[in-house]
Ligand binder design. Structure first.
Ligand code: ARG
Length: 547
């Protein structure tokens, strides 16, 4: 935060004088009345027997215009209370304050559905976290691209084609419902039937070689699947800039392999190409029949993206079970010298049902996302009988997004419909309700607050609590940005909404006899509305207009 820049610089300069090279970091304080904390001086408490550091620091902090009060604890934690008056101006240009001074081009690879299969609950987190990180980075001023990276190549598709051929199914008479039944059947025959298995492998290889008739079949299957995926994504308010898939890099692979062979980076081992990088296990680049692997297409995708987009950074938002794949991908990118940009695997845990079991249908399949959407919608409609369908859909998406993003991405969580659709608690419904309420308050007042400046002598405790919470926006935004963790923002939106509700419920704002108190509270409400809207945007949630 720019308000603390000079304080931090002065403190670091002071440490330098004592020959200590240490960067001072601010944290949010959870001690009542204090707003921020410096906790990396703890290690100096024993060094500072003459109290030199403590004295010098105290002097600097005392003189800082943004600090109202501070405490230097015995164990060398420094607790800081902000002078709120000095922060209000920044509320008006919060959108500028969160801009990164060094804008980059970033690709977000998420969603990654495989054709032939419906979008299911397993896609929920990648979609939510991916969209949120995309929005956060866009707000920070980066140039952002999201790529759905379809799984539209390889064995699963070969299995589907093999099944269709074997059963004499007319490819022009297949609908998505059929396709969703065909895939599990084909996959089971692939495992259990040797003849089918060999035929499917052959088809896969011929697809890699661009066999014309097969490519035509493949492209029909792909279209049916992609149309259905697009429909569901629209319901869930997801949009992608790039609809490429694994198939789009097929033609880059032969050259890539040729170059790697020439550079002695890969060698043949029983028909398969294996990386010469010394790892355990060895990294397989192609299969023994010469066909491509998941890793092969991911490597070629890096080549393609560098050409098309010239990204500085790629974020793969993919569940943590693929850790090894990304470890191999990143070490291969480096070893093969395919790109020296940043590549990051943003991992996450699983969503389970309310009992903690994997989300399954009665038949044992993973639950479809559209079914989860429908169930959530019905529940919301039942609770809010008079609310129109569009608003209920918006709230459904809020629930599916907010409940997902508020849990730390690394942990598994239980999707509890009753809990997540509740108006109280840390729910999407709660934050939307606070937002609608605040907007209504502003609409119902006849006063213009545009040019109102706050009268600080009139602030009561609930006003101050909300303002102090607003001060943390920039800090928390950057925390989410740098750690690729949207949950900081979801948590914060809840905290902010909670503070607004306390202010709202404390007195009847519009009836307040003192016009200045009323204007104060309306002005603070308008800050809350703006911040709330920005937070929802960064989480991928559309703000509700009514509830
Ligand atoms: N289609 C893959 C899967 O279902 C996910 C793709 C993730 N992105 C990537 N570039 N590997 O597991």
């Amino acid at each position: 935060m720019y308000q603390f820049r000079s304080l931090i610089a002065n403190l670091e300069k002071e440490l330098k004088k004592l020959d200590i090279d240490e960067s001072i970091e601010l944290r949010i304080s959870n001690i009542p009345n204090f707003d921020f904390q410096i906790n990396n001086l703890v290690k100096f408490q024993n060094l500072d027997d003459k109290g030199v550091i403590k004295k010098a620091f105290s002097k600097i902090i005392e003189a800082d215009p943004y600090i109202k009060n501070f405490e230097f604890t015995e164990s060398y934690f420094v607790n800081l209370e902000c002078k709120v008056e000095k922060f209000i101006d920044s509320f008006e240009n919060i959108k500028d304050n969160i801009k990164d001074l060094n804008p980059k081009t970033i690709i977000f690879d998420y969603g990654g559905p495989n054709i032939g299969k419906p979008l299911h609950v397993g896609h929920l987190r990648s979609l939510n976290i991916g969209r949120s990180l995309y929005e956060i980075n866009k707000l920070a001023g980066h140039s952002v691209f999201n790529d759905i990276h379809l799984g539209d190549w390889g064995m699963p598709i070969a299995q589907i084609i093999c099944y269709i051929d074997k059963e004499n199914i007319d490819i022009n008479d297949i609908y998505i419902e059929d396709l969703e039944k065909i895939y599990p059947e084909a996959s089971s025959q692939y495992t259990n039937n040797k003849e089918f298995n060999e035929l499917a492998k052959l088809i896969n290889k011929q697809l890699n070689e661009n066999e014309k008739e097969l490519i035509e079949k493949w492209s029909k299957i792909k279209k049916i699947s992609v149309d259905s995926i697009k429909q569901v994504l629209e319901m869930l308010h997801h949009k992608f800039d790039i609809w490429n898939g694994e198939s789009d890099v097929n033609n880059l692979i032969p050259d890539m392999l040729l170059n790697l062979k020439e550079d002695k980076k890969i060698s043949l081992d029983k028909g398969a190409y294996v990386s010469n990088l010394d790892t355990d296990p060895k990294i397989l680049i192609t299969k023994s029949d010469g066909s491509y692997l998941y890793l092969t297409t991911d490597l070629a995708t890096v080549i393609q993206r560098r050409k098309d987009i010239k990204m500085d950074k790629t974020l793969y938002i993919v569940d943590k079970r693929q850790k090894l794949h990304f470890k191999q991908l990143f070490s291969s990118i480096e070893y093969f010298e395919l790109g020296d940009e940043q590549f990051i695997h943003v991992e996450f845990g699983t969503v389970n049902d309310s009992k903690g079991n994997p989300f399954k249908t009665r038949d044992g399949d993973t639950k479809k996302l559209i079914d989860l959407f429908d169930e959530t919608f019905s529940k919301i409609k039942k609770i809010n009988k008079d609310l129109d369908d569009d608003t209920c859909k918006l709230l459904t998406n809020t629930v599916l997004t907010f409940s997902d993003l508020i849990s730390n991405r690394m942990t598994d969580y239980k999707f509890d419909l009753d809990k997540f659709t509740n108006i109280s608690g840390k729910t999407g419904i709660y934050v939307q309700y606070a937002f609608v309420r605040a907007n209504k308050l502003l609409e119902n007042s006849s006063d213009s607050i545009k040019d109102v400046s706050l009268d600080f002598s009139l602030l009561d405790e609930v006003d101050l609590n909300l303002i102090k919470c607003l001060i943390k926006f920039e800090y928390i935004f950057k925390q989410a940005l740098h750690s690729n963790e949207p949950h900081h923002l979801a948590d914060y939106l809840y905290e902010l909404s909670n503070n607004f509700n306390s202010m709202y419920q404390n007195t009847n704002i519009l009836e307040n006899k003192n016009i200045n108190i009323k204007l104060n509270k309306l002005k603070i409400t308008s800050f809350f509305v703006n911040f709330s809207r920005l937070l929802m945007e960064s989480l991928g949630i559309k703000p509700a207009e009514k509830m």
